[in-house]
Design a protein around this ligand. Structure first.
Ligand code: GH3
Ligand code: MG
Ligand code: MG
Ligand code: MG
Length: 299
């Protein structure tokens, strides 16, 4: 699928300035516009543009303030801001760059220069977005990695603390995986981990649930706003789904196919409780599932 057209927000209190910039850019980009700071911030939140072209002198909130607020919000601070202003003193430009703008263009503008700078900054933004998304993916399986899991866990833990809802965590581990590698080779072992990851990812239905590779042949499922009983049910579905794949494992004392063991722990976040404690509890239960014979859920 082709990339969607980049979205640019043009902010200027003088409508004819907005019009000129739109005319220069509208063939290549989707243009949104605002003629005051409040409206600009509202559109930034709602549309998450890829770039903002921002006037400085505006009645009410000025451009410096708008830029500072965009940069102060973690949800929007990676959006590049370019000032376009009649202010041309060294101090003006310095202040603009200091509040977080990536570039500063002085009026009257030259259309080809605006076009070229916009294009370059959008290219950099796209590369940064791509790198960021790759940094959250596990290279072998393509699902979320440990970094993404840790970040999501912190966020969901705080959210569930606010709404006083339980957080459930499933930790699962492939049974006798060392024997699998020994029997079929490391490459097949990698294939097996990809297949298991795919099965797990397919079963996660709610947008707030997350499956991640925790490390080696261990995976985690984070289930916010889920009681232990519900989480144990999800874990049982995962166990059955992996077993049903029937990936041959001739060397396993458990079954002639690949199986997993799972531990399921639940906590309502509160002072004195941490995500680490939840993970330790789930890990402890996983250990019990292993001891009890593997290919099972311990809740
Ligand atoms: P248990 O049932 O108790 O979990 O036994 P196990 O053999 O699965 O556990 P153990 O911790 O002894 O071995 C885990 C194996 O997983 C050893 C390691 O080489 C293998 N492994 C870890 N990461 C990868 C990987 O990315 N690819 C492959 N092919 N193997 C991996
Ligand atoms: Mg102005
Ligand atoms: Mg392990
Ligand atoms: Mg294992």
């Amino acid at each position: 699928m082709a990339d969607p057209r980049p979205k640019i927000l043009v902010v200027d209190d003088i409508p004819s300035n907005v019009h000129v910039l739109s005319r220069i850019l509208k063939d290549d980009y989707d243009i949104y516009f605002a003629t005051d700071g409040e409206k600009a911030l509202e559109l930034v939140q709602r549309r998450l543009p890829d770039l903002v072209l921002l006037d400085i002198m505006m009645p009410g909130m000025d451009g410096y303030e708008v830029c500072s607020r965009i940069k102060a919000d973690p949800a929007t601070n990676d959006i590049p801001v370019i000032f376009i202003s009649a202010k041309s003193e060294v101090e003006d430009e310095t202040r603009g760059l200091e509040v977080g703008a990536i570039d500063f263009i002085t009026k009257p503008i030259s259309p080809p220069i605006v076009k070229a700078r916009v294009r370059n900054h959008l290219l950099l933004k796209r590369q940064a977005d791509l790198l960021r998304s790759l940094s959250f993916l596990d290279g072998l399986t393509g699902i979320a990695n440990r970094r993404r899991f840790d970040e999501t866990m912190e966020r969901e833990w705080r959210r569930c603390a606010r709404i006083q809802q339980p957080v459930s965590l499933v930790i699962l581990d492939v049974d006798h995986f060392k024997a699998y590698n020994d029997q079929y080779g490391h490459q097949s072992g990698d294939e097996c981990l990809r297949a298991v990851a795919e099965v797990l990812a397919e079963r996660m239905k709610r947008p707030c649930d997350l499956v991640a590779r925790y490390g080696g042949e261990e995976f985690v499922c984070l289930l916010p706003e889920t009681e232990n009983r519900g989480a144990a049910q999800v874990a049982e579905w995962l166990r059955a789904a992996v077993a049903d794949c029937g990936i041959p494992h001739a060397n396993s004392p458990v079954a002639p196919h690949v199986t997993i063991s799972l531990g399921v722990a639940t906590m309502v976040p509160a002072t004195g409780r941490t995500p680490d404690q939840l993970a330790q509890a789930a890990d402890q239960l996983l250990y019990q599932a292993k001891r009890a014979g593997r290919n099972r859920v311990q809740g």
